[in-house]
Design a protein around this ligand. Sequence first.
Ligand code: PEP
Ligand code: MG
Length: 960
Amino acid sequence: MLELNAQHIHMHQTAADKPAALALLGEVLVADGLVAPGYLDGLRAREAQGSTFLGQGLAIPHGTPDTRDQVFTTGVRLLHFPEGVDWGNGQQVYLAIGIAARSDEHLRLLQLLTRALGEGDLSEALQKAESPEAIIDLLQGAPQALALDGELVGLGVAADDFDELAWQGVKLLKRAQCVEPGFNAGLALGQALPLGDGLWWLSSEQSVLRPGLAFVTPASGLDHQGQPLNGLFVLASLGEAHRAMLERLCNLLIEGRGRELSQATSSRVVLEALGGEVPADWPSAQVPLANLHGLHARPAKQLTEIAQAFDGDIRVRLAGSESVGVSVKSLSKLLALGAQRGQVLEFLAEPTIASDALPALVRAVEDGLGEEVEPLPAPGEASGLQAVAALPDEAAIEQAALRHGERVNGIAASPGIAIGPVLVRKPKVIDYPKRGESPVVELQRLDVALDKVHGEIGVLIEDSQIDSVRDIFTTHQAMLRDPALREEVQARLQKGLSAEAAWMDEIESAAQQQEALHDKLLAERAADLRDVGRRVLACLTGVEAEQAPSEAYILVMDEVAPSDVATLNAQRVAGILTAGGGATSHSAIIARALGIPAIVGAGPGVLGLAPNTLLLLDGERGELLVSPTDAQLEQARSERATREERKRLANERRMEPATTRDGHSVEIAANIGAAGETPEAVAMGAEGIGLLRTELVFMNHSQAPDQATQEAEYRRVLEALEGRPLVVRTLDVGGDKPLPYWPMPAEENPFLGVRGIRLSLQRPDILETQLRALLASADGRPLRIMFPMVGNIDEWRSAKAMVDRLRVELPVADLQVGIMIEIPSAALIAPVLAQEVDFFSIGTNDLTQYTLAIDRGHPSLSSQADGLHPAVLRLIGMTVEAAHAQGKWVGVCGELAADALAVPMLVGLGVDELSVSARSIALVKARVRELDFAACQRLAQQALMLPGAHEVRTFVGEHC
Ligand code: PEP
Ligand code: MG
């Protein structure tokens, strides 16, 4: 934490000009061991980008983001220039506050510092200051006005007694940064003062950061010490700041108007009565801030300059805040706002200038205020709850409507037999008002809805036959009664939000917090929170909630986005059925990882299924039966039992190696998407990780994760592997895997465009950070790095050169570097590549789509994108031959590796490693143990001579 300290202030310095002042500052920062000499370049570069003059005789020189690695220790050093230094444009600086910070810690210091600056001008006092203590007093001791605005008024808060009401008041003061821990203890020592009309007064001077007054009223009338308690003032007292307000309050009480306060339903009434800051009723406009480091000095300065061109008052506040906002023309006030990336700014302008000023400011913020900004994820993108793709139209659905007893073939996407009623989920966007009537009314509405939904869920619990489902609903009920959740919603209601907006905002924020914990169980809780959230929202708005069947159901959607599947509750969803999509689309891959039987690409007719229609879904055969007969159900259940027995036997031997009957061993590894999946993969028999898809590490953040964040993830994987090898694929985005914060120009054929290694080589900074994080995490453990979508040797060489450069700095004892074979051109030049790489891993999902020219997610064609096509098998055979000729190994990490009919072919072609989803490991090992290597080699060669995938499948089915 950056702090102002008298020892760090160098008094009575002189500098001829700004460069000399910066040089002096650089010397001090270096001498005190805060930075390396190179940081001075950062100070200069920063000034060149835009002056750090703050106003009132102050400047805040600091380095650029790319000189942050020159910082050893975070800290500040202050130089006092009584003669002044011209900081450009005649702006005189008497105090330069030099900041050395590795992250954005300085924003907090600026916020505190600028909050201390009053409306007056400090320049003269700073110039004349004689001691470091005098400077500190000036910076921290400026007389401060009493804070009293909409943020500090809480009407109709939940409280059962005086102490709880006082605690609500303290919370408001804390949130407004008026008090710090310790204030409460001071309050407890004081005496509460009755003011009449049920109003009470409580105050403390202990642990006060700035003076402020909170006013809270209870949701229902209370008593305290035998007198009514209808409202409580909590004062954070500092000096005389509250005197004028107190006089006003006394007059009000004398006039007998106390009830105006205790019965107020809007904060405006309270503020007008007490002379607090009332937000102006001016036209306003909102815009989200996307700047990576928030509203720091440079963008803030741009904003002030735009505002200064208008002749009138313009204010800005964080959206949802009840404060009056700060003047956009004041740099120090803007910095004090402390706005961060992702927060929404609300501008309010005097009516005479609003129509010109507001659009200009909004546009400037959207354009990045002089900085290049990565767009924020679109709302709902993180949750995946909003509609994504356009649905097939109703006519198409109706035309393809399915009849009872009908059998439909789709694409087998995830094995297993599921039986259950359908739930057709069509994305539904529920509109609701953002602002509410009053906190009291909105709270009542919310409570009614919470009770109603609680009752509805109670009925589901009674009806449900399955323990695990009952447990889930019981958890949902507990969420509805969670006091912490309700309290946070209530705080949002105080800001004037409607019950719907307050509830949904809080649910989404709580769900995102859960997901950020990277724990599978907690992430499931996020899905539960959203489920509950939707139910309550539907109840509040009168929209009929999606009636999820009480028993485990088959979820039917047009196409399931990976995020939809990732947030599914596997215990409630027995099966997944989609109208569109393909077997190697990423949603299908995730369904397999979750072990949910799935069929994709079954056509639009499935979207027209009536609610609760019974379905029989065979995810292994890709077969669907609508309203099966009892006999069909009986047969399916018995087949399921047979398959499960086979699975059980395979599972018992999951930790043993996969060795064919004639003694040939194949390594079986796991494909994972997140660090947290490693222990489970190991427990399921993985002999290593054969593919860590690092996209999720990136997708889980609202901006590219830094080296430390990534390193921690990779370390988690390596630690859980306990010495087993880790094959990591560098970031593979583009195509069907966009990153919300990495804008990519629209391409007509994204799969043939800038994706995988092509994209990484266009952003070498991101690739370098990832490689650094990987190398730093190894610590002598076996690390294999591979690059995705390599199509020619130059791409490989550029990426490899980067690894070679970095490994000098970050040596790794057991490192192999290789490529994925996903593009036919790479397989065809495998003999050349094999001389340079350490290994190949064949990505059959992409290799198949590029060889057969079929989009892997194509709604109707992808079932033909079969990796057992002899053309694909030939490319695999060529790759293995080339690698083995150079003594290198080859893995297969595409979905084909887990296909029971493909395993004999891949083993026969000589593949050394199969990497599959953790749930498939035991079965794939069992499959290898059934085989004879010599026979597989013979069969594979024969298969290469067949005309198509269908023939290969029949051939293998007959012989293995
Ligand atoms: C592949 O293409 O086979 C592969 C493993 O990569 P992804 O599925 O992630 O594109
Ligand atoms: Mg791929």
